[in-house]
Design a protein around this ligand. Sequence first.
Ligand code: AGP
Length: 613
Amino acid sequence: MCGIIGYIGTKKASPILINGLLRLEYRGYDSAGISTVEKNGLSIMKDKGRVKNLYNLKGIDDLDGTIGIAHTRWATHGKPSKENSHPHMDNSKSFSVVHNGIIENYNELKNFLKGKGYNFYSQTDTEIVPNLIHYYYSKDSNNDKYRVLRAVQSACKDIKGSYAFEIISKYMPNNMIVVRKDSPLVIGKGDGENYVSSDIPAILSFTKDFYLLNDNEFAFLSKDNIEFFDINLNKIDKKIDSIEWNASAADKNGFEDYMLKEIYEQPSAIRETIGSRLPENEPCNFEDLNFSKEFLSSINKMYIIACGTAMHAGLTGKYVIEQLCNIPVTVDIASEFRYRNPIIDKNTLCIFISQSGETADTIAALKLSKSKGATTLAISNVIGSSITREADYSIYTHAGPEIAVASTKAYTSQVTLLNILAIYFAEVLESTSKDIITKFKKEILELPAKVEEALKCSDDIKDFSKKIYQEKDVFFLGRGVDYNTALEASLKLKEISYIHSDAYAAGELKHGPIALIENDVTVISVITDENLVEKTISNIQEVISRGAKTLVISSLELPSNNIDFVINIPHTSVFLSPIVSIIPFQLLSYFISKEKGLDVDKPRNLAKSVTVE
Ligand code: AGP
C-alpha cells in the first residue's frame, strides 16, 4: 500500500527520503519517487519499480534541497508507470504533492480543471491536487505566508474521499504542508528538523516524538516549528506522543526474513501483551478500560469485526467470550459488515481488531457501528492508529512492529489479548467462577513458554515442507477452535507460498469437499480439544481411505492409526490452543515459501496494510 515520507531540516533531504522509503517497502508498492525544494525550483525524481532504482536516476546526487517529500505507490488509478508515480506537479511546476488514499470525485474535479485550461499527463486521481491548489492559489490576492495553506484548504474542501497529502511549493521554499483525512499520517519532531510519515517505524530511527494528525487537521511545517490548524484554519494545540518502540526492533535482528524473526518473537510478544494485565490474586487490570458491571450487563450482543488474520483471531475471541460471559458474539468480516444493515444499538459492544489500525474496511465498519449507537472498542498493535482514535475505547497488543506482510506475532498477541479481555468481562460481570478464572489466568501466564516449546518443531516442519512444496492444493481440517487455526493456516499458506489451499470444519467434509480428495492430496489436521479428538480422527480416516497424505498437529495422545506424520505441540486450555497450534503452520508456510524461492516478506499482490477499499 502507498507510503509517505517527508523531511524538512538542514541536511540533504534526498538520502533521508530514500532511506525512509526503503523502510516502507514492506507495505508493498509498484513505484517510488521524491521531490525536493532546490535553489532553482522544485525537482522530481520518480520511476516504476523498486525504491533502490531511485539511486540510479540521473541527477539524483545533484539534489541539494533540505526539504522534500517522497512516496511509494501501490496502483489504484492507472497502471504502474513513471507518469503515474508520485510526486505529482501542477502544470506550472509550482506545487509538488504526494498522496495516500483515493479521491472519489476526481473525474468531476479533473473536468472542472480541464475547463479552466489545465492539462493532465497521468491517469491518477492525485494529479488533480497540485493543479487544484494552483487554481486556488492564483485566485488569492493576499500574499502572506499562509497563502499556500489557504489554497490547500480550499482544495481539500472540494475533494471527496480519503487522503494524506504532503505538499511543497516554490512559493514557500522553507515550509511544507501536510493534511489528512481517513489515511494515516504522523509528524516526527526532531531538533531543528521534522519528519513526516505514513508509518511510525519508517522514521523511528530519527525521533521518538510524534504528533498524530487527526482527520481534517493541517500542519504547516518549518525546520524549527510546526503549526497546527483545524478544518477552518483556526490554530490548534497538539500534544506530543512518545513512542516506546526501539528502532532496532524494526530491523531483522540476524534473521533471514522479517517473517521468521517475527515468528520467533512470539514468546516475548505474548509476554508484552500480557504485561501487567494479570496481577496475582487480583482482578484483571485493563488501565484503559473502566467498564462497570452495570454497563456490561446492559450489553446483550457483541460483534467482533476485522479482516484477514485479525478476523481469524476474532473467531477464537467469540468462543471464549461466549463461554465466560454468556453473551452472544458474532464475528464479521469488516468488508461485509459495512455493506449490510447490521442490527446494532446502544446495547451492542463492537470490538474491532486491526494490527495496523489503518485497514480501511475496519475503520468504515467502526464508523458505521458508532453511528448506530454501539459502544466501540479497538484492539490494535499501533498506538495512535486511526481505529484507536475513532473508537470509544482502545487496548493494545504491544507485539512490537510487524513488518512481514504475513501476520504472525500480531495474530497470537490478538488471541492472547481477546482471552484476557474475556476474563476481564467475566470478572466484572461475575459470570464465571473464580476457580475457573484463576486456572485460566495461570494457563495464560504459561503461554510464552509453551510457544517457545512449540517453536522446537521447526526442523520437523522444514523436512515436511520439502515433501509438499510442489503441491497444487493443500487442505486443512479442524473442529471447534482448531477450525479457526485451520482457517489461519490456510490463509498463511496461500499468502506466501501461492499454493491453493482451503480449510474446512472437519464435520463439513462429507457435505461436499470430500469430493476433492484423491490419491496423494495433502490433508493437514489440527487436534487440540480432547472432547473432539475422536470425531476429527474419524474424518481423517475418511480422507486416508481415499488416498490422502496426512499430517496431524496435535497436543494430545492420538489413538494409534495410519496417519503419515504427526507433530506434537504443548497442550493448553482449549481457548488458548490456537496460540500454540498456529506455530507449526506459520513455520510450514515460511519453509515452503523459502523452498520455492519466493519473497517471504513481500508476497506478490499483497500489502501490509490495506488502507483503501
Ligand atoms: C495477514 O497475514 C494478512 N496479511 C491480512 O489478512 C491482514 O491480517 C489483514 O489485512 C488485516 O490487517 P490489519 O490487522 O492491519 O487490519
